[in-house]
Write a new protein. Structure first.
Length: 242
């Protein structure tokens, strides 16, 4: 079986973007018992204080990691695209300290912890690939902290769009400078520490400046160089192979 025909292909494609997998490792990943489930938009996959016994692999769609504060406000920490394992830390941290939910209708595979542990025990280089992915996620968190603390709204949103575009591009889900990005302005604001009104005004300014067109979840970057400059974007922290 080719990797593309395997239900595990999104995970293989994601890991291949950051790590050089061998043919034996391809086969081990393709042999994972993938049980896929379709989940509606705005549904939680994992909740704060849960004790998961399995990891979720996003096969298709978009997930987000978030926390609800006491006054009902929401802070989004990250967005996850095809191939990501957003709750991989549950292999070692028994209690969830945040929520993971769907942005849009998504297809998710659930793999028992014992299966994941057996996979990485039998294939240490897959363990290395997952460890590398965890370190890259920490680098993304650091970059987001820098943006929240020091970038103005225009630069913050520009950097955010650049990052998501490059991540989609790395796994082959970009068509030129176009990607499917079905994010609401409310969720963008909750991720970037901005009000919905501020996000809306900033996106309008970016359209006026000729950087992007974004309509009904279809993002078209019309000036990539200008967008990178506006966000002071340098993809080094994503540590991609290509």
């Amino acid at each position: 079986m080719s990797p593309q025909s395997s239900p595990a292909y999104p995970l293989i494609r994601k890991l291949e973007s950051i790590y050089n997998l061998s043919s034996a490792e391809y086969e081990a990943l393709m042999a994972l018992p993938i049980l896929a489930r379709s989940i509606r938009p705005d549904q939680d996959i994992a909740r704060d204080h849960d004790r998961p016994s399995q990891c979720c692999i996003l096969l298709d769609g978009l997930l987000y990691r978030y926390k609800l504060l006491e006054e009902g406000k929401r802070q989004i920490f990250s967005f996850h695209i095809s191939g990501d394992i957003p709750d991989l830390q549950s292999l070692h941290l028994q209690v969830m300290d945040h929520n993971i939910g769907t942005v849009v209708s998504s297809v998710v595979a659930f793999v028992p912890h014992e299966t994941m542990n057996r996979l990485i025990d039998d294939h240490p280089r897959i363990r290395n690939a997952l460890w590398r992915d965890t370190l890259i996620e920490a680098a993304v968190f650091r970059e987001w902290m820098a943006g929240l603390g020091r970038r103005e709204a225009y630069g913050r949103i520009s950097h955010f769009i650049c990052e998501l575009f490059v991540r989609y591009q790395a796994i082959g889900l970009a068509n030129g400078y176009k990607v499917e990005l079905p994010l609401t302005q409310e969720k963008m604001g909750d991720a970037l520490g901005l009000s919905t009104v501020h996000v809306n005004r900033t996106l309008q300014a970016m359209r006026t400046d000729g950087l992007i067109r974004w309509y009904r979840g279809h993002l078209n970057i019309t000036d990539w160089s200008g967008l990178k400059k506006a966000g002071a974007f340098d993809a080094t922290y994503l540590h991609l192979r290509h």
